[in-house]
Design a protein around this ligand. Structure first.
Ligand code: BG6
Ligand code: MG
Length: 211
């Protein structure tokens, strides 16, 4: 792992295992509203992707179109189900080594930001009991361009007062790694080199980075 002054973390799939709840909510929407069965394989395309873009992908898969108003209603419906499923989230949903690695970095003086597409990031961090470990939080409410655009990570570096080149991004999605590289940051891929070919290094989870 390269020497860094700042660390920017994706949330879903890096710190917490919320991907399954996103999947179940999209699957229910596909079944109830779009008349098709959304598979775990198709769900891979949604990793790191914003809510609005995720619905567009579902519509493409179903071969259907909806007006912008209908799309907003479908997104709200999916989000209501998702929010219900995460409302009692607690530290048992933390991915292995995540909290320990955040603490390890803090103890070394590394500044920490969140860099997530999710608009539900803050209640999730609160439920996990780790919100105080972050020096900055950049989430889906603070950006206008979705990954692979680097906006979310550039805002993270800026909020930490650091040059992007002094920051590492920890990401599990292809679009997220693309965003990190587009922003000039070191990218740690949480996943395989096959899934995340653009990352500078790969680990199976943050637990592999513990001293
Ligand atoms: C990303 C997830 O972190 O956030 C995506 O990987 C999700 O699956 C996106 O769609 C947006 O999340 P939310 O909570 O704003 O719908
Ligand atoms: Mg992710």
């Amino acid at each position: 792992m390269k020497d860094i002054k700042g660390a920017i973390f994706d949330l879903d799939g890096v710190i917490v295992d919320t991907a399954k709840y996103h999947y179940l909510a999209w699957k229910r929407l596909a079944n109830e509203e779009l008349g098709f069965d959304f598979t775990p394989e198709q769900n891979e395309m949604l990793k790191g992707v914003s809510r609005v873009r995720s619905l567009e992908i579902l519509l493409e898969l179903s071969g259907q179109t909806r007006t912008p108003e209908e799309q907003a209603e479908l997104c709200d419906k999916k989000n209501a189900w998702y929010v219900e499923s995460i409302k009692s989230i607690d530290e048992s949903e933390l991915l292995k080594g995540a909290k320990e690695y955040l603490i390890q970095l803090r103890n070394k003086g590394v500044l920490i930001s969140l860099g997530s597409a999710s608009k539900n990031a803050v209640p999730i961090l609160e439920g996990l009991g780790i919100v105080d470990l972050f020096d900055a939080i950049i989430d889906g409410n603070k950006v206008s361009k979705a990954k692979p655009d680097p906006e979310v990570f550039l805002k993270g570096a800026e909020a930490l007062g650091l040059d992007p080149a002094d920051c590492a991004v920890f990401e599990d999605s292809y679009a997220g790694v693309q965003a990190a590289k587009a922003g000039g940051m070191y990218a740690v891929g949480i996943g395989t080199p096959e899934a995340l070919p653009l990352a500078d290094e790969h680990v199976a989870g943050l637990y592999e980075l513990l001293d």
